[in-house]
Design a protein around this ligand. Structure first.
Ligand SMILES: NC(=O)c1ccc[n+]([C@@H]2O[C@H](COP(=O)([O-])OP(=O)(O)OC[C@H]3O[C@@H](n4cnc5c(N)ncnc54)[C@H](OP(=O)(O)O)[C@@H]3O)[C@@H](O)[C@H]2O)c1
Length: 345
């Protein structure tokens, strides 16, 4: 077999504009490995790209999606670290290996400026691939950790490290926040998570053991709830997944000397709070987090595998056009909890 099924967005005309193509399976060079994609995890970014609302450049006719886990089917002549049959995953940006993201490769990421993972086979340079540890996780569980795992690891350990005994606040029950909840609990932190839905909060409490929950719809001043729960101390780490829309509440929730990791973005409110003064009063750090390096992904994978951490995957869909469109629409609806994946045979 020398051809494969590939999905592309020929235009940014919406999720329904996804199209199927039959294209050659790549021929690998001596430093590459060929990977049979076994699962792809969706991110909100994929919806934004489909609907032309993504703020960064996107290549024409892009193959969407950045997160995959798969199996090695061929190994280049100079590759020694991998064998046929190895289970692997790859960072979103194959040039972002360690340290902070650099200008020269900032826009090299899969599924946006470069073709991504929504296909059966991909050839990758071996140095940018991570071998998966033996564990009970399946390919969907691993695909789900590519973007969220590296981003959360960067937020918790890329600067002021999370410590056992810290209190961590996670906003909403999406993929980033649930991954952070699982990692923070396993690292010995106390966790507080918010949601618009009591049902979702009950679920994350019973399934993932969140210590405290807050409904941000019924408590629009959720910073006051956080202060009540923490006896006025505030939280040491916050993963701010909404950006400008919720930064004032986050700064009201953070402890003195704490860290607000800015991960998501939204339109700034008409009256933007005085972020400089609010952070000065708390002596806190506000740190932008741009994904994570290969090293950070590798460390998060080791943590997940060695500690047999729970998976964030809520639902998996098939690798047919209709199923993929349904999966993207499910993510767009915001009804999901954690991660949504596309699984291939
Ligand atoms: N900087 C980076 O490297 C990076 C990496 C990954 C993701 N991101 C961005 O980070 C954001 C979150 O990503 P994700 O993958 O977790 O998205 P997701 O799975 O789509 O989850 C988003 C969740 O945010 C919650 N939410 C929406 N409005 C909220 C509000 N006002 N207050 C609190 N929570 C609210 C909702 O939770 P409930 O349904 O429970 O209310 C929703 O399910 C996205 O903007 C994404 O593009 C950035």
């Amino acid at each position: 077999m020398s051809s494969q099924t590939v999905f592309r967005f020929p235009s940014g005309d919406g999720i329904d504009s996804l199209q199927t193509f039959i294209e050659p399976i790549p021929i690998i060079d001596k430093n590459e490995i060929l990977i049979k994609v076994r699962s792809i995890a969706l991110n909100y970014r994929d919806v934004a790209i489909a609907t032309s609302t993504y703020p960064l450049p996107v290549k024409d006719q892009v193959i969407p999606c950045s997160d995959m886990a798969g199996e090695v089917t061929q190994v280049g002549d100079l590759v020694t670290r991998f064998s046929v049959g190895d289970s692997v995953l790859a960072p979103i940006n194959p040039a972002f290996l360690y340290g902070p993201l650099k200008d020269e490769y900032a826009s090299d990421s899969f599924g946006g400026p470069k073709d991504g993972m929504l296909r059966e086979y991909i050839a990758l340079q071996a140095h940018a691939v991570i071998k998966l540890p033996k564990s009970s996780h399946n390919f969907a569980d691993w695909a789900a950790v590519v973007c969220t795992g590296s981003t959360v690891w960067n937020a918790f350990y890329g600067n002021t490290a999370l410590k056992p005994g810290d209190t961590v606040l996670l906003l909403g029950t999406g993929g980033v926040s649930l991954t952070a909840l699982i990692f923070a609990k396993a690292a010995g932190a106390t966790t507080i998570i918010t949601s618009s839905s009591d049902k979702k909060l009950e679920y994350v409490k019973s399934k993932f053991g969140a210590d405290y929950t807050i409904n941000y719809k019924t408590h629009p001043n959720w910073a006051a709830e956080v202060q009540r729960i923490t006896n006025g101390h505030g939280v040491n780490h916050i993963l701010e997944i909404n950006g400008a829309a919720t930064i004032e509440q986050s700064l009201g929730s953070v402890a003195r000397g704490g860290v607000v990791s800015v991960i998501g973005w939204s339109q700034a409110p008409e009256k933007m709070p005085d972020v400089a003064m609010l952070s000065l009063r708390k002596g806190c750090a506000i740190r932008g987090v741009q994904g994570g390096s290969k090293q950070q992904l590798e460390e998060s994978v080791r943590f997940m595998g060695n500690r047999e951490l729970l998976s964030t995957v809520e639902k998996t869909f098939g690798f047919e056009k209709g199923d993929i469109i349904a999966a993207l629409k499910y993510v767009a609806s915001g009804e999901h909890i954690g991660k949504v994946c596309i699984s291939l045979k």
